[in-house]
Ligand binder design. Structure first.
Ligand SMILES: [Zn+2]
Length: 385
């Protein structure tokens, strides 16, 4: 069954392309405003109006009256009428439910309203980083490639804080997928991003650290410059670019990791980390924000649902690190700095690997209905199968 996915990508339009985008937004806004004034006029004349009728009326006369609308995709005009339809539906719904704020549609101004238009998937083409729009001769450069394979349903192009974005909606065929292996425990950490219960590791990228040093340097530079000056503007832009690059690389790596884990294992156990609590510890904060535990959790959740795996979230009070994964004894003396430890039973433990094994066992125990050690482990997503 196809599932809808969206990926928002920043665009790098040339000045000519930007001109086209602005014009398309303008046509969308014009049609909204034109439709609204016609609606009012027809209403006062005692006629019943609809956005569908107005669109037909517009299309019948556009060759004579609005020839400039042919400069851009016809989807721009459609956007205006679709927005008008939504605005009136909203208004009627509020009237019906007797809300105090009825919200009769307002005219859209160039300055105050969001600049955007939507195109049907059939009227665009994506090839790698090139986005080709109907009636625009050259393809627009995208800053990254589309994350999903599938049928492109629509693209909404909008401007935000001086940048242009394309939000691409894709219908993704959910893959028929057989997981090769049954279960895994995942211990998320700071030194190593993740250690799996089978011993596999995902390195936390040190490169991010290196770039963070650059972030610090630029931030210092920014604070020394006179606010609003040319140099200040330049440093600010540079800093924003660097932030974005760091964020992109991190996200890319996280996606690789979570895809691999969810594709390979039927049951994935993770710890319910108290991220906000950890962020309050300032020394840890930078590292954690850097790693992005919350994002990893989010990705595991939806990808487990895609691939039909089960995500088991182990209670945060489960003593994953202190429990010996061989004999079950709890080591009460273990501190955060102990990377390896020896249990009374003789087992030598790598801290993270031992934790990952315990998380796996705990996840399986709960799944089998044996009852968890703390009684709070739960299934996050259960597939239909
Ligand atoms: Zn032991």
């Amino acid at each position: 069954m196809p599932a809808p996915r969206a990926h928002k990508i920043r665009l790098n339009p040339t000045p000519e392309q930007e001109q086209y985008l602005r014009q398309a937004c303008g046509v969308a806004r014009f049609c909204f405003n034109w439709g609204l004034s016609e609606w009012k006029r027809q209403y006062e004349a005692g006629e019943k109006s609809s956005s569908y009728r107005l669109k037909k009326q517009f299309n019948a006369t556009k060759r004579e009256q609005f020839p400039w609308s042919y400069d851009v995709t016809k989807c721009a005009a459609d956007t205006g009428f679709r927005n008008l339809d939504a605005a009136f539906k909203n208004f009627f719904r509020r009237c019906k439910s007797g809300e105090a704020k009825k919200g009769y549609p307002n005219f859209k101004s160039k300055k105050q309203s969001r600049q955007s238009f939507r195109m049907d998937g059939s009227r665009i083409k994506i090839d790698g980083r090139r986005l080709k729009l109907e009636r625009l001769d050259t393809p627009i450069n995208m800053t990254e490639t589309l994350r999903f394979d599938g049928t492109i349903k629509s693209v909404t192009i909008s401007e935000d804080a001086g940048h242009w974005y394309a939000a691409i909606n894709v219908a993704v065929e959910t893959p028929e997928h057989e997981c090769q292996q049954k279960s895994v425990g995942v211990d998320l950490g700071i030194k190593t991003l993740a250690v799996l219960s089978n011993g596999a590791q995902f390195e936390n990228q040190k490169l991010l650290r290196l770039e963070l040093r650059k972030v610090k340097r630029l931030s210092r530079e920014l604070s020394r410059r006179q606010q609003g000056s040319g140099r200040w503007q330049r440093t600010k832009r540079e800093l924003a670019k660097l932030h974005r690059r760091v964020a992109d690389r991190r996200l890319d790596y996280q996606h690789k990791m979570t895809t691999e884990i969810t594709q390979t294992y039927q049951v994935v156990g993770i710890e319910d980390l108290n991220v906000s609590g950890m962020l309050r510890n300032h020394r840890l904060a930078l590292s954690i924000a850097d790693v992005g535990f919350g994002e990893i959790r989010r990705q595991l959740e939806y990808k487990c649902a895609w691939f039909g795996s089960k995500l088991m979230v182990v209670d945060r009070f489960f003593p994953s690190s202190r429990l010996c994964s061989y004999c079950g004894t709890i080591n009460g003396e273990l501190t955060l700095s102990d990377r390896t430890w020896i249990c009374d039973c003789g087992a030598v433990h790598d801290r993270d690997l031992n934790a990952a094994r315990n998380i796996e066992t705990e996840a399986l125990r709960t799944l089998a209905g044996v009852g968890s050690r703390t009684g709070k482990t739960r299934v996050e997503r259960v597939s239909d199968s």
